[in-house]
Design a protein around this ligand. Sequence first.
Ligand SMILES: NC(=O)C[C@H](N)C(=O)O
Length: 321
Amino acid sequence: MKKLLVLHTGGTISMSENKDGYVTTNNENPVSNAATVQQLAEITEIHPFQVPSPHMTLHHMNDLRKTIILHINEDNYDGVVITHGTDTLEETAYFLDLTLNVSIPVILTGAMRSSNEIGADGLYNYIAAVRTACDVNAKGKGVLVVFNDEIHSAKNVTKTHTSNTSTFQSPNYGPLGIITKNNIYFHHLPVRHQPLVKVDESIKVGLIKAHADLDAELLRFFSEAHYNGVIIEALGQGNLPPSALSGLNELLAQHIPVVLVSRCFNGIVSNNYQYEGGGYELHQKGVIFSNGLNGQKARLKLIVALSNGLHSEKLTTYFSR
Ligand SMILES: NC(=O)C[C@H](N)C(=O)O
């Protein structure tokens, strides 16, 4: 039997509906010690904290990382499963993917319906995650998200629906694999990069979404509030309204790294347009173009990059991968 470390962190998978129909936190995680799961693997369960995932912080994520390292250094685990709220699940998954230097499977899962609601998906997803963690082909693929019978890479997966159980999707790329009643099939191999292991929790990176008439004052805020970096979810292929440019110039003049992603759901930013605020001009100014991440993931990537002392060209290269 494979030996797995399971970390329960909270979220809907750990919650129940009360008599008024509202979803609330339980003292005990209902999927903890589930008999069906105990038959699949030898499981050591720990509960580092129990929070709804909107309460997750960089400190929680880093704490989770340290806890995983501590336990896998002490004992020979074949894999790690983390149960987590879905709202920020992709952020914790990607943070661990960027910073955990391990080859055993590390898999996050959660639920869209709490434990006593009709069609509750928590135990089902948990079982699927445990089965995947036991699969020999799940090794060396970085951090994975298992949800609704699909296996996604932490880098590409995102929550796409407020309530549907098929909420986790990987725009542009699709899932790495699928899970059936009896089998686990991987169809793609993710491109892997060497993790960076230092994390400075004091680094502050802001995230802002561009829109028509974006006010330069909003960008100025980040320099006034001493942010270490800024992510802009730009328009289309990577363009900004002229109204924002004076604020952007101030950030760049103060050598605050600015990374561009797109507010579009699919595609990658590029320096095509040569008009005021167009990608060409932003690139010339020194804005860093990210290779296809969403804003919340680019934020964590910039925190990790700055924690590891990446600046100028090294930072640009890191974001091009
Ligand atoms: N489905 C969920 O888990 C959502 C919940 N609000 C959370 O992220 O904790």
